[in-house]
Ligand binder design. Structure first.
Ligand SMILES: [Zn+2]
Length: 80
């Protein structure tokens, strides 16, 4: 009888360990997903034409100047 009890306890402990492991894995995945949404090294630059802030990798750069779009780059360059 005590042997059955021992096996039952063992199963219960194993089940609890499995559950906590699964929860840890889910948390890890969740953290990956949420941190993946925010780019780490995204510098914001300001459009010289309209003043809009855009990520550097999405901005149009011409001669060290940044613009939100090609139109604004053209507008600014023709203005000078
Ligand atoms: Zn602009």
């Amino acid at each position: 009888m005590s042997r059955i009890l021992f096996i039952l306890v063992l199963l219960a402990v194993g089940f609890l360990l499995l559950k906590s492991w699964q929860r840890k894995q889910q948390l890890k995945q969740h953290n990956k997903q949420t941190s993946g949404k925010i780019p780490k090294n995204t510098r914001m630059v300001r459009c010289l034409q309209c003043g809009l802030h855009v990520p550097e990798d999405e901005a149009i750069s011409q001669g060290g100047k940044h613009f939100c779009s090609l139109e604004h780059a053209k507008l600014h360059l023709t203005k000078d």
